[in-house]
Design a protein around this ligand. Structure first.
Ligand SMILES: C[S@@+](CC[C@H](N)C(=O)[O-])C[C@H]1O[C@@H](n2cnc3c(N)ncnc32)[C@H](O)[C@@H]1O
Length: 237
């Protein structure tokens, strides 16, 4: 078992922009030394600025392979009870909740199918990697791993005090998203809370990825508010 956390997101999410930055820097140095035309120098300088900025955003702001912080202290302030993680993947969101809420337990659920392989590469036992991260983070004794499709959850109504889902529901299609949200509402206790984290089509992401931004990010906040309302969630924030 590895001694450090390994969330397994591909290297290019954190370091891909370096493949543009390094050649652009080298070419810029040559251009300046040899006195190339000004528009060429300007183009190369723009490439350096964009790729350096994007690299810093991806590596240090978004930091997909780092341990995330709970984005709002208002989530599950009571802190005692059972939380469900929908689409736990390799454990980032589960660890985030268990560390922020030391009295809580989490059921880390994931389909561990094609979408998991697509994000993290195929593994014989994806559950083992998740468990390994939970152990390294020191939270394994408060977590249970369940293989489940979030569109049809194997839990009784009103099982959970809170639900977290990070960057997972937005992978489902137009049919899957309402199914998952209404399943979440079904298994949540009355007055339970759900923290839904989505890839946001914000200025940082647009700067780093431009038109290559995907992940359901093209659906705006109003679209999500509509789906949450349909599933009977009262939106707090
Ligand atoms: C981008 S990863 C997010 C993992 C983790 N929440 C995080 O923050 O790093 C998306 C996860 O959603 C899972 N997923 C996709 N479709 C699913 C489904 N229908 N039911 C359960 N999990 C699903 C994938 O297997 C994958 O692990």
């Amino acid at each position: 078992m590895s001694e450090s956390l390994d969330f397994g997101y591909p290297w290019w999410l954190s370091y891909g922009h370096l493949t543009v930055l390094l050649p652009a820097l080298a070419l810029l140095a040559v251009a300046l030394r040899r006195g190339w035309r000004r528009w060429v120098v300007a183009l190369l300088a723009a490439g350096v600025i964009w790729s350096a900025g994007s690299f810093l955003i991806m590596r240090f702001v978004i930091n997909v392979n780092g341990e995330p912080m709970l984005p709002t202290a208002r989530f599950f302030e009571r802190g005692t009870g059972r939380v469900l993680d929908l689409g736990a993947g390799t454990g980032r969101s589960t660890i985030m909740v268990l560390k922020a809420r030391p009295q809580a337990t989490v059921v880390a659920s994931d389909l561990f199918g094609e979408s998991f392989d697509h994000h993290f590469g195929h593994r014989d036992s994806p559950q083992e990697q998740l468990m390994s991260n939970l152990k390294v983070a020191g939270v394994a004794e408060r977590a249970t791993i369940v293989t489940a499709d979030m569109r049809k959850l194997p839990f009784e109504p009103g099982t959970f005090d809170a639900i977290v889902s990070a960057y997972a529901v937005d992978h489902l299609g137009r049919q899957g998203i309402p199914q998952a949200l209404s399943e979440a509402a079904r298994v949540l206790k009355p007055n339970g809370e759900m923290l839904l984290m989505l890839v946001e089509n914000d200025a940082w992401a647009r700067f780093a990825f431009g038109p290559a931004l995907s992940h359901g990010a093209t659906r705006g906040a109003d679209w999500w508010k509509g789906r949450l309302a349909e599933a009977d969630f009262e939106r707090r924030r």
